[in-house]
Design a protein around this ligand. Structure first.
Ligand SMILES: [Zn+2]
Length: 308
């Protein structure tokens, strides 16, 4: 049995945004194809996501927002939930499974069945606010995973590290001023979503990074803050909002990371999880829009999670 769980579902690909949209069904496919090509697929335990009820979404979202999302969901074709975020007839079933992946991963990592897990999900979640969609996101998958983890015996504090090129503003909004969740977000600044930069809360740590910053400087900016915050907070579990759009080839971000930086970030997260969290990590896909860079970066991340 593998120490790393990989959760996917073909329904993620059925969230069929228009062909010109960057958050494409080809993304999750690219990640899986690369894992198969290199043989890493054989080393993982692969499971299908199961869906969760929309009632569960109300743990982190306003009930009226979730009910409205289901009311406006089209029976065929698509509508725009906001200018960036197409809602198609099969989006909400993909969303139920994307969120369900996190619940499943938490259950199996906290029980000790797996050391860590990666959820190759779409749609992503970290921009989703309590009461609205934003930036391709409908339901905040990582926030829901954190809330679910906190219902488990022995999980009293959860740390979320978000390394997407965009700030995890939805996650920050959901958890600001909580003493059982810490959110660290490294992101290009100034940049979308242009909000929550000035949130003053003890449990929120922003690491703003200038455009065109590359590996050495990025690592310098992240390392000491991540180590210090984690050693002060002493989380029982580390969650990763794993966006790979800070890669130098990504068409949306303007940071200059390479695959090796994702191995480094993963190693650092694992080392801190070993020190404070019994090694427990659950990682959930967020952004990453150059298919080649996404596939290679996610591969580097997962290979490191496997200790390969
Ligand atoms: Zn992003």
């Amino acid at each position: 049995m593998s120490s790393t769980l990989f959760i996917h579902h073909s329904h993620f690909d059925q969230h069929s945004v228009p062909p010109s949209h960057p958050e494409s069904p080809l993304r999750s496919l690219a990640v899986e194809t690369r894992l198969r090509q290199t043989g890493l697929w054989q080393d993982l335990d692969i499971k299908l996501a199961y869906p969760v009820s929309k009632e569960l979404f109300k743990l982190v979202h306003k009930p009226g927002y979730i009910d409205q999302l289901y009311q406006i969901s089209p029976n065929k074709g698509m509508i725009l939930a906001d200018p960036d975020t197409p809602l198609t007839f099969d989006t909400l079933s993909a969303t139920e499974e994307a969120a369900g992946s996190g619940i499943q991963a938490i259950d199996q990592v906290v029980s000790g069945e797996y050391r860590n897990a990666f959820c190759a999900i779409r749609p992503p979640g970290h921009h989703a606010l309590p009461n609205k969609t934003m930036g391709f996101c409908f339901v905040n998958n990582i926030a829901l995973a954190a809330e679910h983890a906190l219902t488990k015996p022995g999980i009293n504090k959860v740390l979320i590290f978000d390394f997407d090129v965009h700030q995890g503003n939805g996650t920050i909004e959901i958890f600001k001023n909580r003493d059982d969740v810490m959110v660290i977000s490294s992101f290009q600044h100034p940049y979308f979503p242009y909000s929550h930069f000035n949130v003053k809360a003890d449990n929120i740590i922003n690491i703003p990074i200038e455009a065109e910053t590359a590996s050495t400087q990025y690592r310098r900016l992240v390392e000491s803050t991540f180590i210090k915050a984690t050693s002060n907070f002493k989380p029982d579990l580390i969650l990763l909002s794993a966006g790979f759009d800070a890669h130098t080839d990504d068409p949306m971000g303007e940071l200059d990371l390479i695959e090796d930086d994702y191995s480094w970030l993963t190693k650092l997260s694992m080392s801190l999880a070993n020190d404070y969290s019994q090694g427990r990590i659950v990682s959930m896909l967020e952004g990453g829009y150059n298919l080649e860079a996404l596939a290679n970066s996610a591969h580097a991340h997962i290979q490191t999670l496997l200790n390969k």
